[in-house]
Design a protein around this ligand. Structure first.
Ligand code: 16G
Ligand code: MG
Length: 537
C-alpha cells in the first residue's frame, strides 16, 4: 500500500510554499493550485469513511460564487452535513505535507491516532460544478481512492446541495431514516412530488424568472422543471450559459445581487416581475423585483428566514402541535436588526446567534424540533427533528383544517433540503408560501422595514490579529479595538456594528446598521478606519 500511495502522490504534487487551510468553504483557491490538494483530500475522505464504519463521505468540487479560474474541494459528512470540525485540522495537516514521504507518514500517523482500521471497506463519492478544472480534480481524487483501496463514485455535474442529498441517501438507504433515491432523478422526483403536495391544489401566480449565475443551477433546474407536472409552476430560466466558463458568476447570481444591491444587468429585468438569483453552485438564494415607482427591492436570507418562520409557525399552531414542538430561528451577526425584532416580537419565536458559516448555524438549528436558519447572504434551510416528522404523519387530526396543516408540514419537510441550504429547494418553498398566503413580493416585503446597513471589506496587514467573541459580535483582540468601535456606535441612533476576519479571503469585514442610510454609511466608515489602524503592523 505504501508504494501505491507514494507513486500516486508523485503524480499529484502539491504546489510548495503555500499555506493551505481548510476553512468554511473547504480548500478554495486558484484551480491550478488544487490538484495535489484534491488528491490529499481523497486520502483524508477515505480515512474518514473507514473511521465511520464505511459510511460514504462526499467531496464537492466547487468555488461557489467565485470566478471560473478558482475552484475548491470540500468534504461532506455522512448525514450530508459539513465535515466535523476536528477533522478540518487533520485535513489542513495532511494537505500541507511538504513531500510524498511526509504525506505517507502523516497519513499513517493520523490513521493510528484516530484509531482507523485501514483494512475496513470505505466509500467516497464526488460531484462537481461546471468549472472546466473540476474534471481533473475529480481524477486526482479518484487516484487517491484507488491508491488506498476505497470505493469511489463520480456523480459528475451536481449542485452542492444535490451532492449533500446523495451522501445522505446512500447512508440511509434501506433504513427507516431513508432520505430518497440515490440519484439526481431521485432528487428531482422528491422535489416535484413534495412541491405538488405542499401546494395542496393552490396556484403559483405569474411567472418566476430565475438567474442561475451561469452556473450548475441552470442545467439542474431545467432538468427538475421537466419532471414537475405542467401548470404547477411557470419558471423562466436565465443566465444559464454553462458552455462559456468566463461568464460563470460574471455580473449575475445571488452574490452579485446581495453585495451590489442591484439586479444583474442582463437580461434586462422586467419591472414588476418576480425574480430570484442562485449562486454558482446553487446553495444561495436572493429574491427581488424592480418596482416601477421605487426601483430595485431585495428580499435576502433574513427575509426568507422570517417568511419560513412565519409560515411554519402558523402551520404548527393550526396542527395543534405548538406545545409539542420547539421552533427556533438561527441568525448571524449580519442579520438585519429589524428581522430579529420581527421574529422575536411579532412571530414570538426565539432567535439564537452563531458565528458565520453554515456548520455553526446548522448545528444550532438542530437543537430545535424545527430550526430555521439562513445567513443574510441567502444560504440556509429548515431542519426538522425525527420527532417532528413523526408527529406530522402520525398525529390524529381533530378537524379538516388540522389534517391539512399536518399534510402541508409533512410535504414541506420533504421539499426543504434538510442536509444543507439549497437554493432550488428554498426557492420552491418560497413559491409555496407565497401561494398559501396569496402574497406578492411586495406583500412579503411589507412585513417589516430593514434598517439601513453597510458592509465594507477592509484590507489589513494580518487579519488573524482579529479575534471575536459573542457570535462574532465583539472583538476580543486586538486590545482596545472593540472599545473604539463602541464609542462610535454610541454616537448613532439604533446603531450596531461589528468587525470580523473573513474566513474565505485575506481581509476583514465591517458591518454597520443605523436608523438612516447616512448614519449607517458614516458608522461603517469609522469602524473600517479603526480596523485599518489596528490591522496594520
Ligand atoms: C462561506 C460559508 C458561508 C459564509 C461565508 C462567509 C459555508 C458553506 N459557506 O462561503 O456560509 O457566509 O463563507 O465568508 O459555510 P467570509 O468569512 O469571507 O465573510
Ligand atoms: Mg455557494
Amino acid at each position: 500500500m505504501d508504494d501505491k500511495i507514494l507513486a500516486a502522490s508523485a503524480k499529484h504534487p502539491i504546489v510548495p510554499n503555500h499555506a493551505y487551510k481548510y476553512g468554511t468553504a473547504g480548500f478554495r483557491m486558484k484551480a491550478d493550485l488544487l490538484d495535489g490538494v484534491a488528491f490529499r483530500v481523497g486520502l483524508l475522505s477515505g480515512l474518514r469513511s473507514r473511521r465511520l464504519n464505511g459510511q460514504a463521505i462526499g467531496v464537492m468540487i466547487t468555488a461557489s460564487h467565485n470566478p471560473a479560474v478558482d475552484n475548491g474541494v470540500k468534504i461532506v459528512d455522512p448525514m450530508g452535513e459539513m465535515l466535523e470540525q476536528d477533522w478540518e485540522a487533520h485535513a489542513t495537516k495532511l494537505v500541507n505535507c511538504a513531500s510524498d514521504q511526509e504525506l505517507l507518514d502523516t497519513y499513517k500517523s493520523l490513521a493510528a491516532q484516530l484509531k482507523v482500521d485501514l483494512s475496513t471497506p470505505g466509500r467516497v463519492i464526488c460531484g462537481r460544478d461546471t468549472r472546466p478544472s473540476g474534471h481533473g480534480l475529480a481524477a486526482a481524487l479518484a487516484d487517491a481512492c484507488e491508491a488506498i483501496d476505497i470505493e469511489y463514485t463520480d456523480y459528475k455535474r451536481v449542485t452542492t446541495p444535490q451532492l449533500h442529498y446523495l451522501v445522505r441517501c446512500i447512508n440511509t438507504e434501506g433504513t427507516p431514516k431513508s432520505y430518497g433515491e440515490v440519484s439526481k432523478a431521485g432528487y428531482n422526483k422528491k422535489m416535484s412530488d413534495a412541491l405538488v403536495r405542499a401546494l395542496g391544489g393552490r396556484k403559483i401566480e405569474g411567472q418566476l424568472t430565475v438567474d442561475c449565475a451561469n452556473g450548475v443551477g441552470g442545467p439542474e433546474l431545467s432538468e427538475l422543471l421537466k419532471v414537475i407536472p405542467k401548470d404547477v409552476i411557470n419558471v423562466k430560466v436565465v443566465n444559464d450559459d454553462v458552455l462559456r466558463p468566463e461568464v460563470l458568476n460574471l455580473d449575475a447570481g445571488a452574490d452579485y445581487v446581495k453585495t451590489r444591491q442591484r439586479a444583474p444587468p442582463k437580461p434586462t429585468p422586467v419591472p414588476g416581475n418576480r425574480i430570484c438569483s442562485l449562486d454558482g453552485d446553487a446553495d444561495r438564494l436572493i429574491y427581488y423585483w424592480i418596482d416601477p415607482d421605487t426601483g430595485f427591492f431585495m428580499l435576502d436570507g433574513d427575509r426568507i428566514s422570517s417568511l419560513n418562520a412565519s409560515f411554519i409557525g402558523g402551520l404548527v399552531r393550526e396542527a395543534g402541535l405548538e406545545d409539542e414542538l420547539r421552533i427556533g430561528v438561527v441568525q448571524t451577526a449580519y442579520a438585519n436588526g429589524a428581522s430579529t425584532a420581527y421574529i422575536e416580537k411579532h412571530l414570538k419565536l426565539p432567535v439564537v446567534f452563531t458565528p458565520t458559516g453554515v456548520k455553526h448555524l446548522h448545528h444550532a438549528a438542530c437543537q430545535f424540533d424545527i430550526g430555521v436558519y439562513f445567513e443574510a447572504n441567502g444560504h440556509g434551510t429548515v431542519v426538522f427533528s425525527q420527532e417532528a416528522i413523526r408527529l406530522f404523519t402520525e398525529k390524529e387530526p381533530q378537524s379538516p383544517a388540522q389534517k391539512e396543516a399536518l399534510e402541508t408540514l409533512a410535504a414541506i419537510s420533504d421539499l426543504i433540503n434538510q442536509t444543507v441550504g439549497d437554493a432550488i429547494s428554498d426557492m420552491l418553498m418560497v413559491e409555496v408560501i407565497l401561494a398559501h398566503k396569496g402574497w406578492t413580493l411586495k406583500d412579503w416585503a411589507n412585513t417589516y422595514n430593514d434598517l439601513p446597513n453597510r458592509l465594507v471589506r477592509v484590507e489589513v496587514g494580518d487579519k488573524d490579529l482579529f479575534e471575536t467573541t459573542d457570535a462574532e459580535r465583539r472583538l476580543s483582540a486586538p486590545k482596545g479595538a472593540q472599545e473604539e468601535i463602541d464609542s462610535f456606535v454610541k454616537k448613532y441612533t439604533n446603531a450596531r456594528s461589528f468587525a470580523r476576519a473573513s474566513g474565505t479571503e485575506n481581509a476583514c469585514r465591517v458591518y454597520a446598521e443605523a436608523a438612516t442610510r447616512s448614519e449607517a454609511d458614516e458608522l461603517a466608515k469609522h469602524v473600517a478606519d479603526v480596523i485599518k489602524k489596528f490591522g496594520s503592523p
